[in-house]
Design a binder for this molecule. Structure first.
Ligand code: ZN
Length: 324
């Protein structure tokens, strides 16, 4: 297919047109806008999938949607309930259907209540931020300090954006599968229970072989397993690997092919194996367990923010009676 690729410039993310009218919105993984989203032109209507991590990024996403497809979205759908995928909601018209699964609803509501609390008490949040800044500066372990400083920078960005933040709740609920048809293409929202979270949705474009994975996908970076069922997640990735889909956009990380999905699956398998070894030997599950991972996964650990939470969650799923 030959066409002129459409351009949109934002300081927060990069846009890649994967097929005509199919745009991957790729946050800067090392930076503050660290999750991905999608804009899909179905011909006579547009779908946005996830709204990024802050109102300012949502503003640019909404602007990109209008500039690239000529309209506001007809639907905004969500990959899962984590806030780094929905804090750009207020940038879209409130009349938009904001679509989630039934199982996402309660945990998303819980998270939204917490953010409403921050909106209602900005001074309290500022105090927490100052306390966390002091803790971060006092941390002597360089790795821990690095991990904390990334979180700190993201909280500071949230504080700067707080005046714009409004909580926009989902208003359209589905279960299992939703098919959205336009004049040029069809998009499918498909629910996977108990993988990255209790309910994840991926966006499949069957005719283009493109899959927007939400947080079922973490490419070239350690997946966040804190609320996951790792074994079921591994099974889901195996299904992706043997599917007809050829282009995968993760919730965090770069666009890739099936090889990236395989590598992600092998990473989760390596973590499960390492945690299993530790449990079998009677040792304690600690944050440095990643030293046992083979490369390239050991290098992916990067800032190490997820480590301890990941390992404890995996331990719990292997042996439900293991210690928190
Ligand atoms: Zn997530």
């Amino acid at each position: 297919m030959t066409h002129t690729s459409k351009q949109f410039s934002s300081p927060f993310f990069e846009i890649r047109e994967l097929a005509q009218g199919v745009f991957a919105v790729l946050g800067d993984r090392e930076g503050l806008c660290h999750s991905n989203a999608a804009i899909v032109d179905l011909g006579d209507r547009t779908l946005v999938f996830d709204t990024l991590t802050l109102p300012s990024y949502g503003d640019d996403l909404a602007r990109a949607c209008r500039e690239l497809t000529g309209r506001d979205p007809c639907w905004v759908a969500f990959s899962h309930y984590h806030a780094d995928h929905f804090l750009g909601n207020q940038s879209f018209p409130t009349s938009t259907p904001f679509m989630v699964t039934q199982a996402m609803l309660a945990p998303m509501d819980e998270s939204m209540v917490q953010y409403q609390g921050i909106i209602d008490d900005p001074d309290g949040f500022k105090q927490e931020l100052d306390d966390f800044t002091a803790t971060c500066e006092a941390e002597e372990d360089a790795n821990k300090r690095k991990a904390m400083s990334i979180n700190l920078a993201r909280y500071q960005a949230l504080y700067r954006d707080l005046g714009k933040l409004r909580i926009v709740r989902p208003n359209t609920i589905f279960e299992g599968k939703m098919v959205l048809s336009g004049s040029k293409r069809t998009a499918e929202l498909i629910e996977v229970a108990h993988a990255h979270t209790v309910s994840d949705v991926y966006l499949r474009l069957p005719n283009e072989g493109i899959c927007f994975m939400g947080d079922l996908g973490f490419f070239d970076t350690i997946p966040f397993l804190g609320y996951a069922d790792p074994l079921h997640w591994i099974g889901t990735l195996r299904e992706f690997e043997s599917s007809a889909m050829t282009t995968f956009v993760p919730g965090h990380g770069v666009v890739g092919g099936t090889d990236k999905v395989t590598l992600e699956r092998e990473c989760i398998e390596a973590i499960v194996a390492a945690v299993g070894e530790v449990l079998a030997s009677g040792e304690e599950v600690t944050g440095v367990l990643g030293e046992r991972l083979p490369e390239p996964f050991r290098s992916w650990e990067g800032d190490g923010r997820f480590n301890l939470m990941n390992y404890r969650a995996v331990a719990k799923s292997i042996h439900p009676d293991s210690q928190d």
